[in-house]
Design a protein around this ligand. Sequence first.
Ligand SMILES: Cc1cc2nc3c(=O)[nH]c(=O)nc-3n(C[C@H](O)[C@H](O)[C@H](O)COP(=O)(O)OP(=O)(O)OC[C@H]3O[C@@H](n4cnc5c(N)ncnc54)[C@H](O)[C@@H]3O)c2cc1C
Length: 466
Amino acid sequence: MKLSVSSLIFALLFSFLLETSASTDENFLQCLTLHSGNDSISKLIYTSSNSSYSAVLKFDIRNTGFSTPSTPKPQVIVTPSLISHIQATLNCSLKHGLQVRVRSGGHDYEGLSYVSPVPFGLLDLINLRNISVDIENSFAWVQSGATVGEVYYWIASKSRTLGFPAGLCRTMGIGGHFSGGGYGTMMRKYGLAADNVLDTHLIDVKGGGGGSFGVIVAWKIQLVPVPSNVTMFTVKRNLEQNATKILHRWQYVADKFDTDLFIRVVMTGINSCQEGNRTMQASFNSLYLGGKDKLLPLMQEKRTEMSWIQSMVYFAGFSSEQSPDILLTRGPSILYFKGKSDYVKNPIPEIGLEGIWQRLYEKEASTAMLILTPYGGRSEISESSIPFPHRAGNIYKIQHLVSWSEEENAAPEKYVNWIRRLYDYMTPYVSQSPREAYLNYRDLAIGKNNEGNTSSSQASIWGCWM
Ligand SMILES: Cc1cc2nc3c(=O)[nH]c(=O)nc-3n(C[C@H](O)[C@H](O)[C@H](O)COP(=O)(O)OP(=O)(O)OC[C@H]3O[C@@H](n4cnc5c(N)ncnc54)[C@H](O)[C@@H]3O)c2cc1C
């Protein structure tokens, strides 16, 4: 009997799948091949018995706490390179009752892009990372699997005077970062990344991601003007140098500065110069969108002029002399952490700030920090413009963070409890009724849907804008 080419391909794929995964639903995999229109998808499918499965899964996991042997794993990972692969994955998942988790950069604080309590497949967009920049018309099309660092790099490679107002961490995926808002050093002047989205390509199959509406494949973004030279400076003050008083004053001006000026604060413990002692430090991390001659002459601190792309290298955590090529790197990292967020509408009194320092002195807080990001600037953007209701009325946002080591991950409760105690302590000082939180700093402790039993009345008591 003569076999047709397509039935031969199918037979080969089918036997491959049988070999590599005894437990995976073969009908699902068969469905993928048939629905994607060609057999190219077969090379992009990973099941647990495939030797690359674990490496592919771990490559974009940012919170290692969700990468332990007991973490639920996807039955199948699909890394589409074509739109038809996404459509096939969504269609077949729907047909076979498999939940889909969508991952762009894998930075979700709670691992929601690659973990689920029910049987699921992972749609990993790492191969959909094309970026095309149109300098003449000041826009770019970027695919969701690209990283923020790649977007900055390719814009800057074509123009020194255009940029984009997204976040600081170079490895964040565009898909999750833009769909939750996305803020960075230019937020006060140009708003969020999401405010600068002109169009999207979305695949809707009555389900999918965003955590909700569909899979966003690509984004058309408005590039924004940046000066050919920006100025960067960092001022550090510890408790012995009046950190509390300076921080207290910062709260009265941070949201009122010229929108070209961004001064955030990192509150953390450091070793003091007296051996064996710790002290607390407020680090004022600043970017001015202009040359240093224009910056307040009052500023006596060392100010460094550089291109906008070099400032993004610095804010991504590298030396400002490091080549921008570093923005193109991506890969697994080891970081166990818990984060929470708050919005502040009235300056916290000095006594309240002192209470934060006290908590940062506790032993569980040796690596903890609070990052205070100033608002103001584009606060006129209405609450209904995009689903981001945190503009007018907020002076700044706080990100609370605590991390621990791999050895300590067997019992991370003491760190999680520490951050909960801090969060409780903050209650009188932060937004109330509702207590606001930043969607992109995902925190399931403030409430979540029950699988398959979503209730808006239950959600209403969370009292949080997510
Ligand atoms: C180290 C670090 C630094 C950070 N710095 C900043 C910062 O400076 N500014 C800031 O605003 N935020 C920051 N964040 C938070 C970051 O914006 C969010 O974690 C964001 O969701 C990351 O996007 P991702 O694509 O990497 O995440 P993923 O984990 O891939 O996705 C996050 C969520 O979006 C969904 N999703 C992903 N892609 C798609 C898609 N294409 N279509 C539909 N749904 C999708 C996922 O299913 C998941 O629910 C930081 C996070 C980390 C870990």
